[in-house]
Design a protein around this ligand. Structure first.
Ligand code: GUE
Length: 283
């Protein structure tokens, strides 16, 4: 069993983004810029936002943070997005989800210019991903693919099972595995015989949002298990969707939480922001 070191792979990706950013500064006098918008004060959200900020500093991006009060109106938020769409020194816009309940997240995502949509959540970018002609890949699924590549884990012809069908992780994850010729099954809350389907997976991706949901009986001997969960256990400690301690010995590869998919999400965001900068400047 090998533990996939997301921190290490993420550091390699960020190192490469840093190198290219420096080159861009020298050759074109351009610095990529990322704006992160966070509405309300969810402490968990704050951790992600701070990690993103640190990564921007490391790779040499300009980063702006807009922390808006929980009472922000839809109109105020849309106005900010519009301002950022028109800001020349900002190449990527990320509005942290989930938004407070009174706000319409769909309308906010669709208001972001597709060229600055470094999450790849906008309908235009989602459509391009379906067609396999994308500019940006969604950060978490792309981070997972990067980990698989880094450990030379072949997807072609493998039984891939994704648990979860969210627009942010499950659906695009399935599509990226399909693009690499995996045989993909998407499971969700209405799936019958979930354990049986999972136990046939060569590559199992858990994106359910329930602590330790994937137990040893659901995992095939020698499987690759990818844990996208960011949950809290009964003691409030960060854990994933996989019962790591009991599952790990059955796996050929497994990702830990923390230190697995999370850091990869952030390094992909850095890659996307650099790409957005290149596209917007025709480089
Ligand atoms: N528009 C938008 N885009 C997102 O990409 C997005 C979002 N909204 N909302 C919230 C989720 C969650 N997310 C994480 C990113 C990094 C870590 C991360 O760095 N985790 C580290 C540290 C975790 C810790 O120590 O708390 C780890 O797993 O090792 C976690 C979670 C991005 N999300």
């Amino acid at each position: 069993m090998q533990i996939i070191d997301g921190k290490k792979v993420s550091a390699q990706v960020k190192e490469e983004v840093k190198r290219q950013t420096l080159e861009l500064k020298e050759t074109h006098k351009i610095t990529p810029g990322l704006a992160v918008v966070i509405v309300g004060d969810d402490p968990a959200s704050r951790v992600y936002v701070n990690n993103k900020k640190k990564a921007c500093e490391f790779v040499g991006f300009k980063s702006e943070e807009y922390a808006l009060p929980a009472e922000t109106t839809q109109e105020e938020l849309l106005n900010l997005v519009e301002t950022l769409n028109n800001k020349k020194d900002i190449n990527g816009i990320l509005v942290q989800l989930p938004l407070p309940k009174h706000l319409d997240d769909k309308a906010v995502i669709e208001a972001i210019s597709p060229l600055k949509d470094v999450d790849a959540f906008h309908a235009v970018n989602v459509g391009k991903i379906m067609l396999g002609e994308y500019d940006f890949l969604p950060c978490t699924p792309a981070g997972v693919m990067e980990m698989l590549h880094s450990y030379n884990i072949e997807v072609s012809g493998k039984n891939c099972v994704v648990i979860g069908r969210s627009n942010i992780v499950g659906k695009p994850m399935a599509m990226l595995l399909l693009h690499e010729n995996g045989t993909v099954t998407i499971c969700h809350s209405r799936t019958k015989n979930l354990a049986e389907i999972c136990s046939q997976a060569d590559i199992l991706v858990a994106a359910v949002g329930r602590p330790k949901f994937v137990t040893a009986d659901m995992v095939k001997e020698g499987a690759v298990v990818i844990d996208v969960g960011m949950d809290r256990d009964e003691n409030g400690k960060l854990c994933g969707d996989v019962d790591f301690e009991n599952v790990k010995d059955k796996c050929s590869f497994i990702t830990p939480v923390p230190g697995g998919v999370g850091p990869m999400t952030i390094s992909t965001l850095m890659k996307n922001t650099l790409k957005a900068c290149r596209i917007q400047n025709n480089i």
